[in-house]
Design a protein around this ligand. Structure first.
Ligand code: CP
Length: 312
């Protein structure tokens, strides 16, 4: 593994240099190879503590961070927000001060407020890892997406990925498109006009229909879930209409199969909305690989970050 100056926190993709991105992606590879062994643990973070602090629901990210930390031999605490004093009105900063007194080395935080992990990072010596904040960022998702795409397209510069769905409300779309762009991968977007933000990323190719997508010729289609929980207004006529216009139906799947196009999705999926049962069984789906790579990438990030609590 090459050497690179460690940093304290991972809050977004924008602040990462290409060298830092490649360092994490390269270091994730030997961590993934570890998963083939009967003993999947290394002593890298023995004696260190990782606190998982999820203010929003999560299946993949929370369990993946937990597995990653335990494979590095760290002690992991899952802070149960729903049964904590947060429900009695304790403020975020009071909670952080209490947790700071426990001297955690790493805090993994997901919160509905954009920028909250950054605020926490300023108030703690622990390394803070953003596990998703509002519409803003989901940096480890982007890194695992890049690792997954690199595995199937090792010569990734100049390749094309189209992101389909609710770009406006998606922190995944923001972080993953930024990271792919930094790596020289072309990014297209398809979705209802009301869910495509104006002027956020000028580098993204706007596509108007699935026919446009197939004309553009992406190497991978990256589907997003419609985030009904983040929508305050009505952004499209209805779920059935959305599925008809933007869902990966049987005909579109056949075209992907003919072209050998990869399928990606960050999860959780909404079957019958952006994807069908048939598409979930597609032989070029990378969805399970994304989950597996999530553990390897998070091990690489935990290994790289250096808390201010750490003297050695
Ligand atoms: N991809 C992702 O963030 O999934 P979870 O919400 O299950 O963590």
């Amino acid at each position: 593994m090459s050497d690179l100056q460690p940093r304290k926190d991972l809050l977004d993709i924008e602040s990462l240099s290409l060298e830092e991105i490649e360092y994490v992606l390269n270091n994730a590879v030997p961590f993934k190879q570890l998963f083939q062994r009967s003993v999947k643990k290394v002593p890298t973070l023995r004696g260190k503590t990782v606190l998982n602090l999820f203010y929003e629901p999560s299946t993949r990210t929370s369990s993946s961070f937990e597995v990653a930390a335990s494979r590095l031999s760290a002690d992991v605490t899952n802070f149960a927000v729903g049964s904590s004093s947060v429900v009695k009105g304790e403020s975020l900063l009071d909670t952080i001060e209490t947790l700071q007194a426990m001297r955690s080395d790493y805090i993994v935080i997901r919160h509905k407020g954009a920028g909250v992990p950054g605020i926490v990072a300023k108030h703690t010596n622990a390394s803070v890892l953003n596990a998703g904040d509002g519409y803003h960022a989901h940096p480890t998702q982007a890194l695992l997406d890049a690792m997954t795409f690199r595995e199937v397209c090792p010569d990734y510069a100049g390749k094309k990925v189209v992101i389909v769905g609710d770009i406006l409300h998606s922190r995944v779309a923001r972080s993953t498109s930024t990271l792919f762009h930094k790596l020289g991968i072309e990014v297209g977007v398809l979705g209802p006009g009301s869910l495509i933000p104006e002027g956020r990323h000028d580098f993204m190719q706007r596509l108007a229909s699935w026919d446009d997508v197939f004309d553009w010729g992406p190497d991978a289609v990256y589907l997003l879930r419609v985030q009904l929980e983040r929508q305050e207004g009505q952004f499209f006529p209805g779920i059935a209409e959305y599925h008809k216009m933007y869902g990966l139906n049987s005909g579109r799947l056949s075209q992907m199969r003919e072209r050998g196009t990869w399928l990606m999705h960050p999860g959780p999926v909404n079957r019958g909305v952006e994807v069908t049962d048939e598409a979930m069984g597609y032989e070029k789906s990378l969805i399970s690989t994304q989950v597996e790579n999530g553990i390897a990438v998070r091990m690489a990030v935990l290994h790289w970050l250096k808390p201010e609590t750490q003297q050695d």
